[in-house]
Design a protein around this ligand. Structure first.
Ligand SMILES: *Cc1c(COP(=O)(O)O)cnc(C)c1O
Length: 399
């Protein structure tokens, strides 16, 4: 079975996990991460979403409107709500799945406190347009969501550096991982100090039990992504058996994991340090794979291929199709799990259904709605073997 994603883990992460903890593990990870992103400060959190909550609080935003894409990970508006602010959604654009920045001025009001600019699937957000918005509204904070796009570049400019701060997610489905975890980077000394202070007040220290939980999770990840085991899990999943245990999220609820206010553990920081050293090669491989798919899938009429963009990090490779389920089923029969990506348009979810409470109508999110139903994911993880990629291309599509 070829899984839809796979973390780039080998024996080095296990060794790091088993190394006796040092007092400064987390600080060393923060310093190395800041260096890699070319920023002055990097601040760890238990999840990216926790970073976003405290970041909004540290900016002094409360009862404000925070603009974010209608098509993004649902934890982003969850974090906005948890920070006592209100998410305001903006539709996406078809060409690169990102928020349509031309629509942003239409939703800016006196109450707008921040704009979350997401470089979704690794496609760098258009910094020229973002600059123009920022010049016109200098009091609105720009926050970069780099969960899919660590160090992605728009025309040579690193996206994470544009704005007051950037957030990153570090779970095993991300470009690089610290088991779980999140990060905020910033170049602003005063703001960094404020955020660190707030974090130390609001978050509990990581207990030993958290390190142990994270270690057991990490150890379980290795066999899970091994082909035969993964195939078995996938069959269980399809039979609906697993669903009862691992329901991914509840559409009707805005909530957070139980440990979202417990600091990153040292074991996570040590694994993150190893991953950071691999980061360049991880992205390089993804770029190569994106190019490979672009060259080899181009003439397949049922696929509308994603763009190749200089500076993109390709956290996912996302063609659009007209009958998603048919293609997913066809690939599963060949032991390839494509999977879909973000399968929802957030303002249409029960928990965010804004239609009834505002002047919005569903037409406002036309593109996001479409993307939520017609995107598929072709495996593009850094460790995918050439043979597997060729299997995906030839065995299935070229027949
Ligand atoms: C993963 C992700 C985050 C942060 O996720 P956490 O699970 O809270 O670490 C933020 N934005 C996007 C777009 C993501 O995919």
């Amino acid at each position: 079975m070829i899984p839809r994603l796979k973390p780039s883990l080998d024996w080095r992460e296990l060794v790091a996990a088993l190394t006796p903890p040092r007092k400064d593990d987390v600080e060393r990870f923060e310093q190395a991460f800041a260096r890699k992103m070319g920023q002055k400060h990097a601040i760890t959190f238990p999840y990216g979403r926790t970073g976003l909550i405290l970041l909004l609080e540290a900016l002094g935003l409360k009862n404000k409107e925070v603009i974010c894409p209608a098509y993004t990970c649902v934890v982003v508006p969850h974090a906005i709500v948890y920070s006592d602010n209100k998410p305001v959604f903006v539709d996406s654009q078809e060409e690169d799945f990102n928020m349509n920045l031309d629509l942003v001025p239409e939703v800016i009001t006196e109450q707008t406190g921040a704009i979350i600019a997401t470089s979704i699937f690794g496609y760098p957000v258009n910094l020229d347009k973002l600059d123009a918005i920022h010049r016109k509204y200098p009091n609105i904070y720009i926050i970069q969501d780099c969960a899919h796009s660590f160090a992605a570049e728009w025309k040579g400019r690193a996206v994470q550096k544009e704005g007051i701060a950037a957030i990153y997610g570090l779970n095993i489905s991300k470009l690089m991982t610290s088991i779980f975890g999140g990060m905020v980077t910033t170049d602003d000394d005063k703001f960094a100090k404020k955020l660190i202070k707030l974090r130390d007040i609001r978050l509990k220290p990581a207990l030993l039990t958290k390190s142990l939980r994270r270690f057991l999770y990490l150890v379980a990840v290795y066999p899970t992504f091994w082909g035969p085991v993964y195939g078995l899990i996938n069959r269980l999943e399809r039979s609906g058996l697993l669903n009862r245990f691992v329901k991914y999220y509840d559409e009707s609820k805005v909530d957070m994991p139980g440990d979202y206010l417990e600091k990153m553990s040292r074991i996570e920081a040590r694994v993150g340090l190893v991953q950071l050293k691999k980061y360049d090669s991880i992205v390089e491989n993804r770029r190569k794979m994106a190019k490979f798919y672009d060259d080899n899938l181009r003439d397949i009429s049922e696929l509308h291929l994603p763009p190749i963009v200089e500076g993109a990090t390709y956290s996912h490779y996302v063609p659009r199709v007209s009958d998603r389920n048919k293609i997913l089923r066809k690939f599963l029969k060949k032991a390839i799990q494509l999977g879909w990506l973000i399968e929802y348009c957030i303002p249409n979810m029960d928990s965010y259904n804004v239609q009834s409470t505002s002047a919005n109508n569903s037409n406002d999110y036309r593109v996001a709605e479409k993307l939520s139903t017609n995107t598929i994911n072709i495996p593009i993880y850094a460790q995918i073997k050439k043979k597997e990629a060729e299997h995906i291309v030839q065995q299935v599509w070229k027949k």
